[in-house]
Design a protein around this ligand. Structure first.
Ligand code: FAD
Ligand code: NAI
Length: 468
């Protein structure tokens, strides 16, 4: 057995990399983590999940203050925005969490190696950083957790001023008068909401026939779109953008829909058409690590690449690009490396869009159930009949439970609600335990809570709702 400096070197410190490093250290492995950026935490903590949610929270308060305070008897005559202060708070939130990852690395005695990592061979990671001597880390295992980067459209190169991606979309210094968003997925809808609430005219262009089309139930898309239109966002669906002109004054996009050619003008365009795996410069070929046809690192069910001691998780591998997917894979891969039976249940990964109301989904949609010709029973309950929602002024949305018609096993849950991201967890747990709608219907829920709507939707699966 050759002499290694480490049992595991992780490349990338996002929710995949840093969590795997912690779990491996807990299991007694000697671990180093390599990160090219100035702070730990990856896309999620630095420019993704966390800063976007900080801005969503701030602007939701703003919107509520402007639109709903009066109905609650709160008189706030002048409400104005200090965008600088809002961005400063966002950075403080990010700093707290990225600092927290640094603390966790120290606590678990994980060595943080700053710099760009690449493979020299199956047991060697070369690290280079400006102003520091290059290092060579000899290791038993390597974990690739290098994440993803925004996709660029070939005719619309990012200039980071007029043509932006989410990295700039969470950090604009002023509110644009008008913003085009290409892509009605999670980024387009979340950041579109932020800038609309701050006063920009926002038009979202999407080539599919509905918003939130990937992973969400069609009814969710409908209700979400209706609510976002109420906010003032405009949607151009079934529309393909084919060319663009960018000038000092703004952006003009040209394309087509069923009615013929279309064009749109705005100050700025946010391109949110998905992300692609980031493997640039890793030199995977030097160790013989293979990619899939779509450029992701190919792995087996244990997150093992084509080279047995090299593993890969998170956005750089197949599956939904979500922080909690990376996180779960991180725990499982560390356990597999340590000879324990790590496992991820890929059938039950919740997805959330943090608009107002939020949309959350887990398992099968009604459309998927139909496509698969499954015999299902569907229960639905609207928040307009939920006491807590009425009291809290958050009645937009519904809960839908999809259960197998014969066995009653819950196969999917879809929630649109102000706190759908939290409410979905109950159904995720139920599905982890292969629970039935009857289990949910007979579980006592505190009153008054929004979660009672989940119970009512479960009762509705066989038509015995008690509150509507
Ligand atoms: P990443 O978080 O991308 O981390 C990869 C890290 O590797 C980076 O720090 C990178 O600098 C580093 N790296 C790459 N190559 C090298 C190298 N060669 N050497 C050294 N370091 C390297 N997901 C959710 O679940 N919920 C959300 O609310 C959510 N919101 C999002 C909002 C936005 C605007 C965006 C862009 C994404 C959002 N996501 C969200 C997705 C989420 O951020 C990703 O799924 C998650 O970060 C993936 O984790 P990861 O560890 O695979 O990769
Ligand atoms: P996405 O894949 O969620 O949505 C992209 C949308 O753009 C799709 O609806 C697609 O049909 C559309 N599209 C693609 N090309 C187009 C074109 N040329 N013209 C018009 N429309 C086009 O990608 P998004 O929103 O960029 O997010 C990237 C990743 O980050 C996703 O995997 C997402 O899961 C993750 N993310 C997750 C969040 C969350 O969990 N709340 C928040 C933000 C991002």
């Amino acid at each position: 057995m050759p002499d290694f400096d480490y049992q595991l070197v992780v490349i990338g410190s996002g929710p995949g990399g840093y969590v795997a490093a912690i779990r491996a250290a807990q299991l007694g492995l000697k671990v180093a983590i390599v990160e090219k950026d100035a702070t730990l935490g990856g896309t999620c903590l630095n420019v993704g999940c966390i800063p976007s949610k900080a801005l969503l929270a701030s602007t939701e308060h703003l919107h509520f203050a402007r639109e709903r305070f009066a109905a609650h008897g709160i008189i706030a005559k002048e409400i104005s925005v200090d965008l600088g202060a809002m961005m400063k708070r966002k950075l403080e939130v990010v700093g707290k969490l990225t600092g927290g990852v640094g603390y966790l690395m120290k606590k678990h005695k994980i060595e943080v190696v700053k710099g760009f990592g690449k493979l020299a061979d199956a047991h060697t990671v070369d690290v280079s950083a400006e102003g520091a001597a290059p290092r060579q880390l000899k290791t038993q295992n390597i974990l690739i957790a290098t994440g993803s980067v925004p996709i660029e459209l070939p005719f619309l190169k990012f200039d980071r001023k007029r043509v932006i991606n989410s990295d700039q979309g969470i950090a604009l210094a002023e509110v644009p008068k008008s913003m085009l968003v290409i892509g009605a997925g999670a980024i387009g809808l979340e950041l579109g909401s932020v800038w609309r609430r701050l006063g920009a005219e926002v038009t979202v262009v999407e080539f599919l026939p509905r918003i939130a089309a990937v992973g969400f139930d069609a009814e969710t898309s409908k209700i979400l779109q209706r609510n976002l239109e109420k906010l003032g966002m405009k949607f151009e669906l079934n529309t393909k953008i084919e060319s663009a002109q960018v000038s000092e004054k703004g952006v003009e996009l040209k394309g087509s829909n069923a009615a013929g050619p279309v064009s749109f003008k705005a100050d700025i365009v946010l391109v949110a058409v998905g992300r692609k795996p980031f493997t640039t410069g890793l030199e995977l070929e030097k160790a013989g690590v293979k990619l899939t046809d779509r450029g992701r690192v190919a792995v087996n069910e244990h997150s093992q690449t084509s080279v047995p001691n090299i593993w890969a998780i998170g956005d750089v591998t197949d599956g939904p690009m979500l922080a909690h997917k990376a996180h779960e894979e991180a725990v499982a891969v560390a356990e597999n490396m340590a000879g324990k039976p790590g496992h991820v249940n890929y059938q039950i990964i919740p997805g959330v869009i943090y608009t107002a109301p939020e949309a959350a989904s887990v398992g099968l949609t009604e459309e998927e159930a139909k496509e698969k010709k499954l015999n299902v029973s569907v229960g639905k309950f609207s928040f307009t009949a939920n006491g807590r929602a009425i009291a809290a002024d958050t009645t937009d949305g519904f809960v839908k439970i999809i259960a197998d018609a014969k066995t009653d096993k819950v196969l999917g849950a879809h929630i649109v609600a102000s706190n759908a991201s939290e409410l979905i967890a109950e159904t995720v747990l139920l599905m982890e335990f292969s629970g039935s709608s009857e289990d949910l219907a007979r579980t006592i829920h505190a009153h008054p809570t929004m979660s009672e709507a989940v119970k009512e939707a479960a009762l509705a699966v066989d038509g015995r709702m008690l509150s509507a």
